[in-house]
Design a protein around this ligand. Structure first.
Ligand SMILES: Cc1ncc(COP(=O)(O)O)c(C=O)c1O
Length: 445
């Protein structure tokens, strides 16, 4: 039987060999009831793991279904991650001063990775296992380009070809991310495209479609399925991706422990849910094992409010319905979010694991609008120097609100949030905000 004490001891042993964890944490081990199974897109019955091996490398399929609490990070992966991990845990003292809050605000800075976000934490693992299995090409989708650049870099480390379907609106808004992917050797296609059946179908219905992650996902899947030596790679949502991201929370917990501090509130922005879960799940396990602390808050855009306005039900992960159906909070797989600047948060659903812990009341969710998000990001940049990615700015906004709540209640609390990426390729969005040209595009009831 796992108690909080021995789980904590195991977690601290996890760092014995240095600050980078030796194992990933798998929240599936601590759920009271198992995660609802993935359902086959056509048959409707639970998908068997062998069926997924046509889509993903074998080792990742095993991880997807694993209920083991700690899984070892392969040494070759630790070696690559170790070139930028552990990432810094920084106290935002000047922001605290500016807000005149008694709260202590800490951010875990994932923008310090070579591609500028948390995404390489899983990209490196996926490329490593693909290479080990003799796969020669990985195909994926990307929103704002952060995931695509992470996979492009990881594929170049492990000598794999990489093809990225990039959501059209971001492809046009963020040319530098596309160029970066091309520097790392990837083939980048604007989605919806004419290269796949699902892309052509969407373009017939709406030639001006701005694209969405769900559409790009369908195109990438179709492309990967056409070749035996290719596999599909996913940047968020699935259990194995979330587990790879737990290095963020395991490190943060260890860094806080060493400073003799405990988090009262843990915050992350949510697209598919991977940086949020990566930071918060090592803390959520305390709550699953009976602790009332910390509060865990998922932040999403009011323009794409899957957690706060969606329904918890089975839905397809992609728009064309090629992927299995999973139980998650969703706005419906045909929902195309407005072209907000946080391209990585334009996804109709949220990871099944994140959805389940929200449904069980282990975590909370909130939605913020585009303009208040950019306002908080600019305030953060002026106080702390770093320019947040528009996605991460959602976490900055919620952390700022929590700090102001502490001020009102005259309470000292430790607020921890994930600064999942930097925004140095998103300057056009900041320019639009500073010129007053940015609109809110909140989803109405
Ligand atoms: C910087 C950054 N943060 C967050 C996200 C959202 O993804 P996830 O919810 O998987 O962390 C993205 C997605 O592209 C991103 O680029």
């Amino acid at each position: 039987m796992t108690t909080r004490k021995n789980l904590f001891m195991k977690q601290s042993r996890n760092h014995k060999a240095g600050d980078l964890p030796l194992h990933w944490y798998n929240l599936q081990a601590d759920l009271q009831t198992p995660l609802p199974p993935m359902l086959h897109p056509v048959r409707g019955n639970p998908v068997e793991s062998r069926e997924l091996t046509k889509v993903f490398p074998l080792a990742l399929v095993h991880q997807e279904f694993s209920t083991e609490r700690f899984l070892e990070i392969p040494p070759a992966v630790r070696e690559v991650l170790g070139s930028w991990r552990p990432t810094p845990l920084v106290r935002a003292s000047r922001l605290e001063k500016l807000l005149e809050t008694p709260a202590r605000i800490f951010y875990k800075y994932e923008g310090s990775s070579p591609t500028g976000s948390h995404k390489p934490n899983t990209a490196v693992v996926q490329a490593y296992y693909a290479r080990k299995q003799g796969i020669t090409r990985l195909v994926t989708e990307t929103g704002a380009g952060q995931w695509g650049s992470a996979l492009a870099m990881a594929c170049s480390f492990f000598n794999l070809q990489c093809k990225v379907y990039m959501v059209k609106v971001s492809h046009d808004q963020k040319p530098y991310r596309r160029m970066l992917m091309q520097v790392w050797g990837a083939d980048v296609i604007s989605s919806p495209s004419r290269l796949t059946g699902s892309g052509r179908k969407i373009l017939r219905q709406d030639p001006a479609c701005p694209g969405s992650l769900g559409i790009a996902m369908s195109e990438a899947l179709e492309d990967a399925a056409a070749s035996r030596s290719a596999r599909y790679s996913v940047g968020s949502g699935l259990n194995h991706v979330i587990m790879h991201q737990t290095v963020i929370g395991l490190e943060a917990k260890h860094q806080l422990d060493r400073a003799d501090l405990q988090a009262d509130v843990v915050i992350g922005c949510v697209g598919g849910g991977s940086n949020f879960a990566g930071l918060s799940f090592p803390f959520a396990c305390d709550r699953l094992l009976g602790s009332k602390k910390p509060r865990i808050l998922a932040v999403e855009p009011a323009a794409c409010p899957s957690l706060t306005r969606g329904t918890y039900q089975y839905d397809f992960a992609d728009t064309a319905g090629l992927m299995p159906r999973v139980k998650m909070y969703t706005l419906g797989h045909t929902f195309v979010p407005p072209p907000l600047h946080a391209g990585g948060l334009r996804y109709h659903g949220v990871a099944p694991l994140v959805s389940k812990v929200l449904d069980e009341g282990i975590i909370e969710a909130t939605a913020v609008s585009q303009r208040e998000t950019f306002k908080a990001a600019v305030q953060f940049a002026r106080a702390e120097g770093i320019l947040p990615a528009p996605e991460s700015a959602h976490a900055v906004c919620a952390a700022t609100k929590e700090a102001l709540r502490c001020k009102k209640e005259r309470r000292t609390q430790n607020i921890l949030f994930c600064l999942s990426g930097h925004g140095y390729f998103d300057l056009a969005a900041y320019e639009a905000f500073l010129e007053g040209k940015l609109a809110d595009c909140d989803r109405r009831k």
